[in-house]
Design a protein around this ligand. Structure first.
Ligand code: ZN
Length: 334
């Protein structure tokens, strides 16, 4: 049975998009608060007042009457009313818990994906308490591979290297191999940069990529052809990250100004990076911004490696803890 599922979570939650993709792949209609409808922008308090974090209770109360808040609230409530199931993905905050409570009251099918933390007795109200996203398949059905293929074709989910047929030798200007999804017979389909297809690269990252090269105009040899003699531009898988008690290392990294400031004030506590340095828990990162005289020393407290949570091959997502804001000594000329 096709369901309408409301995924309740928080902006800071890194696995929410993966949960949305999983539920869509099973064929359900999923309300994704990050992309409500008609490309409407998502709601955030900053639209009302950049200083929202220092509101008094009176100011907070007033802000709830703001048209932007009214419209954001209506969008979420309409979606909740339309849904027949609600999945709470932790970690998340008060909104998500209120939404789940509403769904319980409306006798919707309810699920909590737990994380480690303080136990909560009232969680007994939900139908299913789960500890791994895989359990969603037991509750909501097996993925329909045709749906997932469609979602990937439409660009709603990234391709995995296993889905792709790589070229034998032709590469994109960025260095990645050219590829196309297996199973496509359409002579008007195209070769494209594998890093774009798998989202290892995204638009605007400053790299130069090829245009899509139509099959019927470009003679690109695929790795699958006998005459390729095993040649391929397929990337070699990452070596297994070392998780043993080897010595912590400090990695020096450059960071763009906006995320650097967010890490400095403590609101950004993750680093999503190409895992080309063997990052491991316990290592430190020096986050530098441009040629600034201050850098941030942060410690890695947790890492999710590809292919967990749909993290693209070659990347990892790290939780970081700010340890020190370090001022470099200035070299003053006398
Ligand atoms: Zn490319």
């Amino acid at each position: 049975m096709k369901r309408k599922i409301y995924v309740a979570s928080s902006w800071r939650n890194l696995i929410q998009p993966a949960i949305v993709t999983i539920l869509k792949s099973i064929g359900h209609e999923v309300y994704d608060f990050r992309h409500p409808a008609n490309n409407d922008d998502w709601f955030h308090w900053t639209e009302i007042d950049p200083n929202w974090q220092s509101w008094t209770p009176e100011e907070f109360k007033q802000a709830l009457e703001h048209p932007v808040a009214e419209s954001g609230f209506k969008k979420d409530m309409d979606a909740l009313d339309r849904s027949d199931a609600c999945v709470l993905v932790m970690p998340c905050g008060r909104s998500a818990h209120l939404e789940l409570g509403y769904a319980i009251g409306k006798r919707q099918k309810t699920v909590i994906l737990l994380e480690a933390g303080e136990p909560e007795l009232m969680y007994k109200m939900v139908d299913h308490i789960i500890t791994s996203p895989n359990e969603l398949f037991d509750i909501f059905g097996e993925p329909d591979s045709a749906n997932l293929f469609e979602a990937k074709l439409k660009g709603e989910a990234p391709w995995h290297d296993d889905d792709l047929l790589y070229s034998a030798t032709s590469r994109c200007p960025c260095g990645a191999g050219l590829a196309y999804p297996k199973g496509i017979r359409d002579p008007f389909h195209y070769w494209d940069c594998a890093d774009i297809l798998t989202r290892r690269s995204v638009a605007g990252d400053g790299k130069k990529h090829t245009d899509q090269l139509p099959f019927n105009m470009w003679k690109v040899k695929s790795e699958g052809q006998g005459s390729a003699y095993g040649a391929t531009t397929r990337p070699t898988p990452n070596p297994e990250p070392e998780m043993d008690e080897s010595i912590p290392v400090t990695h020096v990294l450059q960071t763009a100004p906006e995320p650097w400031m967010a890490a400095r004030n403590g609101s950004k506590r993750f680093e999503f990076r190409r895992n080309d340095r063997g990052f491991k828990v316990g290592d430190s990162l020096e986050l530098h911004c441009l040629a600034g005289l201050t850098f941030l020393l942060v410690r890695i407290t947790y890492i999710a490696y590809a292919p967990q949570w749909f993290i693209p091959d070659g990347f990892c997502c790290m939780s970081i803890e700010l340890e020190q804001i370090v001022k470099k000594p200035t070299e003053t000329k006398q």
